[in-house]
Design a protein around this ligand. Structure first.
Ligand code: GDP
Ligand code: MG
Length: 180
């Protein structure tokens, strides 16, 4: 089947901005999938000579913007299980997971919580990339600190991008090529 990429992460890190950038630039139609996964937005994307299915998720969003201080691996109390389930399904259907954080905000407790949550669902053949978004402009102390923290989440070195400005798209594409 098609090569499938899904993007997950906390609210407001810029997932949908990246999704819309890639989807609209490539004249793809955003097609909601019927039924239980209707919150997953999907589009065909052409990038760096590859064509793949790209999915945006809202599953780590609802009620999930409070810092998480509970035991590792336990669900966030504010997150409806049904919504979380949709993101889980999207991950299960994917070849590559993009875990996005906000480089201007830093890696938060909630990020670490969801990183563990994603790692459990990674499986043997599913790659995970950590994507540090909002890195346009001058590299700030906060950004470089976030990039360091990203490296410690256990998904390898972060890809620094700017969804709104388009920075880092070539490196992003290059990272996906070996999995394609
Ligand atoms: P989502 O909740 O993860 O889907 O995040 P959105 O895509 O809705 O973006 C949340 C906010 O971050 C919006 O105000 C965006 O304009 C902003 N944003 C997204 N990407 C970037 C970026 O690369 N740089 C900056 N500075 N802001 C961004
Ligand atoms: Mg969104």
């Amino acid at each position: 089947g098609a090569f499938r990429v899904v993007i997950v992460g906390r609210p407001n890190v810029g997932k949908s901005t990246l999704y819309n950038r890639l989807a609209t630039r490539n004249r793809a139609i955003v097609t909601p999938i019927a039924g239980t996964t209707r919150d997953r937005k999907e589009s065909t994307v052409s990038l760096g000579g590859m064509t793949f299915d790209f999915a945006d998720t809202g599953g780590l969003e609802d009620g999930a913007d409070e810092p998480w201080k509970g035991p590792p691996g336990t669900p966030h109390p504010g997150m409806p299980q049904v919504v979380l389930k949709k993101t889980e399904e999207a991950i299960e259907d994917s070849d590559i997971v993009l875990f996005m954080v906000d480089a201007r905000q830093g890696v938060t407790e909630a990020d670490r919580h969801y990183a563990r949550w994603v790692r459990k669902r990674q499986g043997r053949h599913r790659g995970v990339y950590i994507v540090a978004n909002k890195t346009e402009g001058q590299l700030t102390e906060q950004m470089s600190q976030t990039l360091e923290e990203c490296g410690r989440l256990g998904f390898g070195e972060p890809l620094a991008i700017s969804s709104s400005h388009g920075d880092g798209m070539a490196d992003f594409a290059t990272a996906l090529v070996p999995h394609y």
